[in-house]
Design a protein around this ligand. Structure first.
Ligand code: UTP
Length: 291
């Protein structure tokens, strides 16, 4: 029986340059989809999967994330005084239990692999999940919960995967697939951002991972990959002969909220999925499509 996943890393140290000027003084992960910041969706997904300890790898200018997951005493007092109980509940429900959340800083954004490595002392010798808040996944069950359920049967390293257009492989980590059982695909190889003509498949990695702790030793060698960055997928590829490695074809739709059009689409999809907004948003969309 594999060791359960109790901890999750949220790398939020990136610069978010594609969202400038919005991200000049605000972290990208605090951008709201409808009315909830991206990072809160990721935290809720981790909790749904049974994660008990949340580890944020932050950077300069990211303190709004820490404030978001803390008490806002003045606001809470005012909402209580004015009898705004529903709003108060929304504010209070974001706060994790004391000691459940830890923050460390990635002093320089040297890549996702480096950000994950910065969390090593909080993880020690346990498996850990990694969630990238800018990959937002709308589905019947949280993507990480789906992965944790599959992981309980096979253990090892696991990545969330989805099919992408063949010409899009150069934006993703791409796997060499082996045997497929239901939604689990054996990973035989993994390459970061291959050109379409070099891609081993069109099965791309999206921002959900379950990692065995051995990967930290590899990340600590600081080997640079695509774009001169320390890539998590490269370190994982070097673990292929160490532990079982699977891709999980998750159920749901993924939105690339690191890109402007993906972020806009996520806002539309999440609004349409809400009973309190569906009608009004559908009307707005109709009025634009008939122009
Ligand atoms: P991105 O590749 O989207 O980079 O990172 P970015 O800097 O956030 O955004 P752009 O490309 O400049 O617009 C994917 C995820 O990895 C984290 C980011 O915070 C994001 O959640 N990341 C990336 C780090 O934590 N540290 C890094 O050095 C790089």
């Amino acid at each position: 029986m594999p060791v359960p996943v109790r901890k999750a890393i949220f790398p939020v140290g990136g610069l978010g340059t594609r969202f400038l000027p919005a991200t000049k003084s605000m972290p990208k992960e605090m951008l709201p989809v409808v009315d909830k910041p991206l990072i809160q969706y990721a935290v809720e997904e981790a909790r749904e999967a049974g994660v008990e300890e949340l580890i944020f790898v932050t950077g300069r200018g990211k303190s709004a994330i820490e404030d978001h997951f803390d008490h806002a005493f003045e606001l809470q007092a005012m909402l209580r005084e004015r009898g705004k109980d529903d709003a108060l509940k929304l504010v209070v429900d974001t706060i994790p239990e004391p000691g459940q959340v830890a923050y460390t800083r990635q002093q320089e954004p040297l890549g996702l692999g480096h950000a994950v490595w910065c969390a090593r002392h909080f993880v020690n010798s346990e498996p850990v999940a990694v969630l990238l808040a800018d990959d937002l996944i709308l589905g019947p069950t949280g993507c990480l919960k789906q992965m944790v359920d599959a992981y309980a049967k096979v253990g090892g390293n696991m990545v969330a995967i989805m099919e992408v257009a063949p010409e899009a492989t150069s934006s993703y980590g791409v796997i060499t697939p082996g045997e497929k059982t239901d939604r689990l695909v054996e990973v035989k190889g993994l390459v970061e951002k291959p050109a379409p003509e070099d891609a081993p498949s069109n099965l791309a990695v999206v921002g959900r991972y379950i990692l065995q702790p051995n990967v930290f030793t590899d990340l600590g060698r600081f080997e640079r990959g695509a774009g001169g960055e320390i890539q998590l997928t490269d370190a994982l590829a070097r673990q292929l002969d160490q532990a079982p490695f699977h891709g999980h074809l998750f159920e749901g739709k993924r939105f690339d909220c690191g890109s402007r059009s993906g972020f806009l689409e996520a806002n539309i999809a999440y609004a349409l999925a809400r009973d309190d907004m569906n009608g009004a948003v559908a009307e707005i969309l109709k009025s634009y499509s008939s122009r």
